[in-house]
Design a protein. Structure first.
Length: 178
């Protein structure tokens, strides 16, 4: 694990973002712990798929922070090539992948960078991000604006929107400080 991933993971699993267990009525993801949703494997069965094979391995309630860390690294950080992105953009893309999915996270990045929006992080996307994604540029703010705009189009925005927007503001504030 790298220092950037460890810091991003610590931020996202903090109590203000994804910490702890919840089972919110109306949440189609079902039970969630440390941001690992029951429905992540396509089934709401009370089990988390930890190894990515599509079958639940462990009850959501029994997940450990280390379980979440392995899933986050493999399925979000590595999938979005966050290690190759500058801070705070790496944090923002990582958080979007966890909360909104890897494909939308990458497409939003490509949108703000002016790349082809194919959902695949290649050398063009990485190169443009490295040139323009540092905290002194507008790209990180444009990325978070794209995330907010996408939330507004989500069918459950009326129920969860305030929490999602709070998440964006918290991540932005914390990411700029680190």
């Amino acid at each position: 694990m790298t220092a950037a991933f460890d810091l991003a993971f610590k931020i996202i699993t903090s109590p203000q973002i994804e910490g702890g267990f919840c089972n919110t009525a109306g949440d189609t993801g079902g039970k969630t712990k440390y941001g690992i949703a029951d429905a992540r494997d396509g089934k709401v069965d009370g089990m988390a798929d930890l190894d990515g094979n599509g079958t639940g391995d462990k009850r959501i309630e029994d997940l450990l922070l280390d379980d979440a860390k392995e899933v986050y690294k493999r399925d979000y950080w590595d999938m979005c090539k966050c290690e190759q992105l500058p801070w705070p953009l790496a944090l923002y893309v990582f958080d979007a992948a966890v909360n909104q999915g890897c494909n939308p996270a990458v497409r939003m990045l490509q949108q703000v960078l002016g790349c082809k929006q194919d959902g695949v992080i290649g050398q063009i996307t990485i190169g443009r991000a490295q040139k323009a994604g540092h905290s002194e540029s507008e790209i990180p703010a444009q990325y978070m604006a794209a995330r907010a705009t996408r939330y507004f189009g989500t069918r459950s925005f009326d129920k969860f929107g305030a929490g999602w927007l709070k998440r964006i503001f918290m991540i932005t504030r914390i990411g700029e400080i680190k």
